[in-house]
Design a protein around this ligand. Structure first.
Ligand code: BG6
Length: 474
């Protein structure tokens, strides 16, 4: 039986301990990993195999729910470590020899780049130069973490480097939002049911709102975040991914090519964002955070209006907003339907009402809510009622972490939930001008908002200009 190796570059990093190893452990427990598996950590620290295992176990106690010691001990037998500076080509002979010894025969290899983004290109080049991209006896695949580039030009450059060494079908660019069960459920909701898709268009939908609110602030990540800002960190990737799932046409089949073709078409149909269709803000004390430039104009919050110029969506605005240091952690897509053409009844609470609101709740309250109007008993008036579906009530299966699914898909060769090169470039092409505007912001500082609020007041004015409000339902 061919061995499968998962070779993690950046093995002593936070992502490895917090996400990758717990995800692999959970899948090992569920017997979803190949029987012959080697998990090999690579980084510069001089660990032995056992040091590495011990260190991972310490972290697993924190990041794995109810760590079973016996199961861990079995799992840990598959973990190895190779000290190596992957940026240096002269270290690759030894790395290759160590890997071959650990594998002890022909092996499939999944390289996982969990390193600082500036190391992506050199490591990929080195893998190529060392011949470690060659599929001799087993397949070769590579997972590349986000961020993939910092703008269109750098993403194109990186794609060139990647394609010099790997074929596109060997490349798995991660956007962990696609690994979330509730994000995938958008497609199941739309395409495994009959009743929603016929109303899923400009004929019945007034607007769509996507909110990704976070309570965390910049924390210890200022070095990265102050250069990235919310547009690069959340919009260009995670929020656009959610938008594509909501807006795409049904694919011919559920395979990577068909799915990603449809997603890219959405991006290609989005109208360039005009002045006034995006606002940017910072939480009040952002500039005081360690590592943030004194006069930083980096937005920690943004609200953006996108228009999709195609037959299904023409005239339906998509309002996107995301920020740090906000009141709640919530990721939600709200689909607001049009009012009935003629209203016969009055609203018992004196508000306009009469609009159905569907909330696809991605996290933390994983589920779906549908608001509708119902007759108030004893009155000729309606009041809003709600149908609710919660994953935790309806299913006994755990939803699991996004990485569990994504790593497994990469091992199985299913790239449907990964970002293709043209998709990533189209996303940058759309966001580059918005980012440029946020960086220059017409010479003025971004707006300010209080920690623990739902963002700047200007975000409410922004949507009110179109005669709409941010829907908080569900
Ligand atoms: C990451 C961003 O990609 O996603 C972080 O870099 C952000 O800034 C995180 O906090 C949000 O992910 P989740 O799964 O917690 O919504």
């Amino acid at each position: 039986m061919t061995i499968t190796s998962i070779i993690i570059f950046g093995a002593s990093g936070d992502l490895t301990r917090r996400k990758l190893i717990p995800a692999l452990f959970h899948q090992y427990q569920r017997k979803k990993l190949p029987e012959q598996i080697r998990i090999v950590g690579v980084s510069r620290t001089k660990y032995s195999h056992d040091d590495f295992r011990d260190e991972l176990k310490e972290h697993a106690k924190e990041f794995v729910k109810k760590l079973d010691e016996d199961n861990w001990a079995e799992f840990a037998k598959n973990i190895y470590y190779c000290p190596s500076d992957a940026a240096k080509i002269e270290e690759y002979d030894e790395l290759q020899a160590n890997l071959e010894e650990i594998e002890g025969g022909e092996a499939n290899r999944l390289y996982y780049l969990s390193v600082a983004p500036f190391l992506y290109a050199p490591i990929i080049q080195n893998l190529g130069e060392a011949g470690m991209n060659k599929e001799n006896g087993g397949w070769r695949r590579i997972i590349i973490e986000k961020p993939f580039g910092t703008d269109l030009e750098s993403a194109k450059e990186l794609n060139k480097v990647v394609h010099n060494t790997f074929q596109e079908d060997q490349v798995y660019r991660i956007d962990h939002y696609l690994g979330k069960e509730t994000a995938q459920n958008i497609l199941f909701f739309r395409f495994a049911n009959t009743i929603f898709e016929p109303v899923w268009s400009r004929n019945y939908i007034d607007n769509v709102q996507i909110t990704v609110a976070e309570t965390v602030d910049v924390g210890t990540r200022a070095d990265y975040y102050d250069k990235a800002g919310v547009l690069r960190d959340m919009f260009q990737n995670h929020i656009l991914q959610l938008l594509m799932l909501v807006a795409m046409e049904p694919p011919a089949s559920f395979n990577a090519t068909a799915l990603r073709n449809e997603k890219v078409k959405v991006l290609q149909s989005i109208r360039p964002v005009a002045n006034g269709e995006a606002i940017f803000a910072q939480y009040a004390d952002y500039r005081k955070a360690k590592g943030v430039a004194e006069k930083s104009v980096t937005p920690t919050y943004a609200a953006v209006k996108l228009q999709i110029d195609n037959w299904r969506w023409k005239g339906v605005p998509f309002y996107l907003r995301s920020g740090k240091a906000l009141k709640n952690k919530v990721t939600k897509i709200v689909v607001e339907f049009k009012s009935p053409p003629h209203m016969l009844f009055k609203n018992a609470v004196g508000k306009p009402g009469g609009r159905n609101i569907l909330s696809l709740c991605i996290q933390p309250d994983e589920g779906i809510h549908l608001q509708f109007e119902a007759k108030v008993p004893g009155e000729q008036a309606f009041r809003t009622a709600e149908l609710q579906f919660h994953y935790s009530d309806a299913f006994s299966e755990p939803t699991g972490d996004a990485y569990e699914r994504l790593i497994l898909d990469a091992i199985e060769g299913d790239a449907a939930l990964f970002t293709r090169s043209d998709e990533i470039e189209a996303a940058w092409a759309l966001f580059d001008p918005i980012i440029a505007r946020s960086e220059h912001n017409h010479g003025t500082a971004p707006f300010t908002y209080q920690r623990g609020s739902m963002g700047p007041l200007q975000a409410d004015e922004f949507i009110a200009e179109d005669g709409r409000v941010w829907r908080k339902s569900g």
